[in-house]
Design a protein around this ligand. Structure first.
Ligand code: GBH
Length: 486
């Protein structure tokens, strides 16, 4: 007997927004053009030994001078949306609410948005992708000073909403505040490079700094969302949310209850740190238990302010790791939930093949599992996958011809997008968009230019010329096969 009800199958909704993502400091270059001043990444890159190849974002992909080329590329590839970030240092070079707005910097982005719209591409704008104006770090320690930082961020956000709110309908406040907080204020491998080995020195106590920085960014997010909703939403009709990094985890030993617990705790320390306050109004219990007073508290007013501040959940996802519990009590500087993050399980099986990044092992089903975990924990929010992509082991050592045949990246995108379509079509997760990381090979932060995440090859020796790789051209076909026609 033939059933009349169709079986659920992998699929994506009709208006699904797919495209590519980038970030200002990673692609723009032109760091001194038209009044822009230093961000913390400009100063960080000048310090010896911080960037693997001694490079910086000074030229990068030169996208500041090649907006036409980038938009033509997006159009050629069939992208429906483009996620990019604004450089705060171009718009308010000294950063603060009493500092001057730099009109040429603001105009650059307004024109860019207009050009995107004219090309039929939906702009998705990130306000903060790690490049804090350096003056604010020098003046008061950036997010280490909650009162100053939140007010300056809100002023910056309002300036931008005023200038382009009528055109931009998708706003992201912060990109991966976990990375800014942990890598910038505890591990020290990201700007501004504050590290835990000066614990209790006169420079400050690093065992609290990343939690303070994270707390400030959460509040700055909440205050900017309030401004958007109170002053712009009615006029502009857009939506606003935050983007969080989230790699999936599996227990190192599934038979060990301590590893099973550690695996959940790990997700709470990475994702729940930011998402729990936004959806529930408080930090996860596991974090309070381990961190005690080192974790700031929300006052009742702050908790009220922050709860419910995501119109959508922005999700960056790359990979899966195995999580093993530690038997010793957590160190005061531990930020990860007192676990070891491993690429092999107890049986010695690798979660996925190696790539150029030590932390990135592809495992597509982890993407589907994480989408389900977020959907269940946070009440089925609308989700945009704001980043997903991979680098390739040894890619940078190959010739351009070889790099353009990036079968590994094609395989990654195919399997990951299929897994996402299963989460949507079969499991019922509400994913509305997907932005591949990245449109271009670009400045991969502390790894410099040797690690390429682009679906498009950028010839840094040949005048920054762009050559789409096979993966870039394959995305359209993958999405056409999964997006419902009606
Ligand atoms: C994203 O972050 C960024 O948004 C983007 O700018 C960047 O270029 C891209 O990914 C590629 O790296 O030390 O085991 O806890 C990277 C996501 C999340 C990857 C945290 C490393 C740390 C793993 N990162 N993760 S671990």
């Amino acid at each position: 007997i033939l059933s009349t009800t169709s079986m659920p199958e992998a699929s994506l909704p009709k208006d699904f927004l797919w495209g590519f993502a980038t970030a200002s400091y990673q692609i723009e270059g032109a760091v001194h053009a038209d009044g822009r001043l230093d961000s913390i990444w400009d100063t960080f890159c000048r310090k010896p030994g911080k960037i693997a190849d001694g490079s910086s974002g000074e030229v990068a992909c030169d996208s500041y001078n090649r907006t036409g080329e980038d938009i033509a590329l997006l159009k050629d590839l069939g992208a429906k949306a483009y996620r990019f970030s604004l450089s705060w240092s171009r718009i308010i070079p000294l950063g603060g609410r009493n500092d001057p707005v730099n009109q040429p910097g603001l105009d650059f982005y307004v024109k860019f948005v207009d050009d995107l719209l004219a090309a039929g591409i939906v702009p998705m704008v990130t306000l903060f992708h790690w490049d804090l104006p350096d003056a604010l770090d020098k003046r008061y320690g950036g997010p280490l000073n909650k009162e100053e930082f939140t007010q300056d961020f809100v002023h910056y956000a309002r300036t931008v909403f005023e200038a382009m709110g009528s055109r931009v309908k998708h706003w992201i406040t912060f990109n991966e505040p976990w990375c800014s907080a942990v890598l910038g204020y505890n591990v020290g491998v990201f700007a501004p490079g504050r590290t835990s080995d000066r614990s209790k020195s006169e420079e400050g106590d690093s065992s609290t700094e990343c939690w303070i920085a994270g707390h400030s960014m959460l509040l700055a997010h909440a205050m900017a969302v309030k401004v958007y909703r109170d002053e712009f939403k009615e006029r502009d009709g857009g939506e606003i949310g935050i983007t969080l990094n989230g790699d999936w985890c599996e227990p190192w030993d599934t038979d060990d209850p301590a590893d099973v617990e550690a695996w959940q705790r790990r997700l709470e320390f990475v994702i729940g740190w930011f998402a729990d306050p936004i959806y529930f109004g408080h930090y996860p219990a596991s974090m309070k238990r381990q961190l005690g007073d080192r974790l700031p508290n929300f006052t009742p007013d702050e908790a009220e302010l922050i709860k419910g501040t995501n119109d959508f959940y922005g999700m960056n996802h790359y990979c899966t790791n195995y999580i093993r519990h530690r038997s010793d009590p957590a160190d005061a500087n531990d930020f990860g939930g007192n676990v070891d993050v491993l690429q092999e399980n107890k049986a010695g099986e690798a979660i996925g093949p190696p790539t150029q990044a030590v932390w990135l092992r592809p495992y597509a089903q982890g993407f589907r599992k994480l989408l389900n975990w977020i959907s269940e924990r946070y009440g089925g929010p609308k989700i945009y996958v704001t980043e997903n992509g991979t680098c390739i082991l040894g890619e940078n050592d190959k010739s351009r011809e070889e790099i353009l045949e990036d079968e590994f990246r094609v395989w990654y995108f195919r399997t990951y997008i299929q897994a996402m379509a299963e989460a949507v079509g079969v499991d019922g997760v509400d994913v509305r968009g997907y932005l591949a990381w990245s449109l271009l090979d670009n400045f991969e932060w502390a790894d410099g230019y040797g690690t390429r995440f682009g679906a498009t090859y950028v010839d840094y020796e040949g005048g920054q010329k762009r050559y789409p790789k096979k993966s870039a051209k394959t995305l359209r076909e993958i999405f056409e096969g999964l997006i419902k026609k009606e």
